[in-house]
Design a protein. Structure first.
Length: 150
């Protein structure tokens, strides 16, 4: 049988295109003598006919880059695309800020309980929740009585 027909039959059996079918150059006579699908299946078992691998894009470099970014590298201004708000979710930023202020409030209550109780811990807690303060320093300054508003 012609090698073109053998290639087509082999492609059907291997479930791929004709371009991915590989013939062994040393056993070309065996391939030409194959007449049926069974013959071709036998040649595939022997390794005379094989299916070529797909040449796909390697992820090796991408994995290395991901590891470096996880460690905090490669995150400078030159590597950034998008504004700050686009890069981090608004809710996550809010959670980070509020948790920091709440922990600061707890610390202040331990260190200076009189100053906190003067205003009221619950009231300060609600003020933190209500976005009254910009950050931890503003909470501390408010409790100490230096600054009053945002």
């Amino acid at each position: 049988m012609q090698s073109k027909k053998v290639k087509q039959l082999a492609a059907k059996i291997l479930n791929c295109g004709t371009g991915r079918v590989w013939f062994s150059p040393t056993d070309f006579e065996k391939i030409k003598s194959a007449m049926t699908k069974e013959d071709i299946k036998e040649l595939i078992k022997q390794g005379v006919i094989k299916k070529k691998k797909i040449n796909c894009q390697s992820r090796g470099r991408a994995r290395i880059l991901k590891k470096k970014k996880a460690r905090g590298r490669k995150k400078g201004f030159g590597a950034r695309r998008g504004r700050k708000k686009a890069r981090t979710e608004t809710k996550k930023r809010w959670m980070k800020r509020v948790r920091a202020m709440r922990s600061e409030l707890k610390k202040l209550r331990k260190e200076n309980p009189k100053a906190v109780e003067k205003i009221g811990y619950r009231k300060l807690y609600k003020m933190v929740k209500g976005n009254f303060f910009k950050g931890k320093k503003y909470v501390a300054a408010f409790v100490e009585g230096k600054k009053t508003k945002r």
